[in-house]
Design a protein around this ligand. Structure first.
Ligand SMILES: Cc1ncc(COP(=O)(O)O)c(C=O)c1O
Length: 316
């Protein structure tokens, strides 16, 4: 991975290689952590964090769902993130805040273990590749079902829950595909291993609803709004597996992947990205990069001085 100079750890900016944790940290053993994936884009007005507040609200909600009291407010985390971006001299980056139960109690009822909070900001390109973004990716319906509300909390973005995504993603990669599509416990289409899914059928844009165990994706929400503003009909409803093969177009949305067309599913060809996908993708990228006035409120600008470029490494 590409690195940066500094990581924010429990209130301090520390050199990247020195951001360490104790091996008996609770989160390391049980996945008791919550996190976010956020992106900051270069715009004409400087670096801008996309829907920063929405991501931090989701972080706070994920923490609450797992009975974790975050040691910092969303305002403090937002300010720390901006400071980190400035100090790392980044113009665009991926941002990863993570709160986890730290060292102090290895029992399962460990509400007295400290909550550690770290924020990393570093360069990360297109998660599913530049080619994938242009021409679409190949995806496979996973044999693993997405975690359901009977055992875990699909609405939370919690570290341990990602073992489910890892199983699905690994299976798809080993079978020669770029991404996995998971069905929910009921057998309806849910989402990708790290993205929400949209289909275009008979001119309508369709996406699985909240009862299908999806993560309430921030890019999903954004694309639904952009599509409606552009005049498309967007319907949130259950999607049968076979509809994936019958769809005119399929695309995925997520912070890491952004908006990626799907060109093949389970060896059924969908072809090059269709008209609706291309239209939405172009508009979405304009929004992310601050080129769409009407969505500027979604951008949280990071004030940087004109001269602020990469600082020299901080010595330990
Ligand atoms: C399992 C899962 N679903 C969906 C998404 C898309 O969510 P968002 O658009 O908020 O990044 C993500 C990424 O965060 C994810 O990990």
């Amino acid at each position: 991975m590409e690195t940066a100079d500094l990581i924010w750890q429990n209130g301090d900016l520390v050199p990247w290689d020195e951001a360490q944790t104790h091996v008996l940290s609770h989160g390391l053993h049980y996945g008791s952590g919550v996190f976010e994936g956020i992106r900051c884009y270069e715009t004409e007005r400087g670096p801008a964090i996309f829907r920063h507040r929405d991501h931090l609200d989701r972080l706070a909600k994920s923490a609450e769902l797992y009975y974790m009291e975050l040691p910092y407010t969303s305002e403090q985390i937002a300010a720390a993130t901006k400071e980190l971006i400035r100090r790392n001299g980044l113009r665009s980056c991926y941002i990863r805040p993570l709160a986890y139960r730290g060292y102090g109690n290895l029992g399962l009822y460990a509400t007295d273990a400290p909550i550690d909070l770290v924020i990393a900001a570093f360069p990360w390109g297109a998660y599913l590749g530049e080619e994938g973004q242009k021409h679409g990716i190949r995806a496979k319906v996973s044999s693993w079902r997405r975690i359901g509300p009977g055992g875990l909390i699909p609405h939370a973005k919690a570290s341990g829950q990602y073992l489910n995504s890892i199983l699905a993603k690994t299976e798809s990669q080993k079978a020669g595909y770029e991404e996995a599509l998971l069905l929910d416990e009921r057998g309806f289409v849910c989402e990708g291993s790290g993205e929400n899914i949209f289909l275009v059928r008979d001119g309508q844009i369709v996406t699985p609803p909240h009862v299908a165990s999806i993560l309430d994706g921030i890019n999903r929400k954004s694309v639904i709004q952009i599509a409606r503003d552009l005049g498309y009909t967007v319907v949130e409803r259950d999607v049968a597996r076979a509809e994936l093969y019958l769809a005119e177009e399929v695309f995925l949305t997520g912070t890491a992947a952004e908006l990626v067309p799907v060109r093949e599913i389970d060896d059924h060809a969908l072809g090059e990205p269709g008209e609706v996908t291309r239209h939405l993708q172009a508009k979405f990228f304009d929004v992310l990069h601050g080129r769409a006035e009407e969505y500027l409120e979604w951008l949280d600008f990071v004030e940087v001085s004109a001269k602020a470029d990469r600082p020299s490494k901080v010595s330990s």
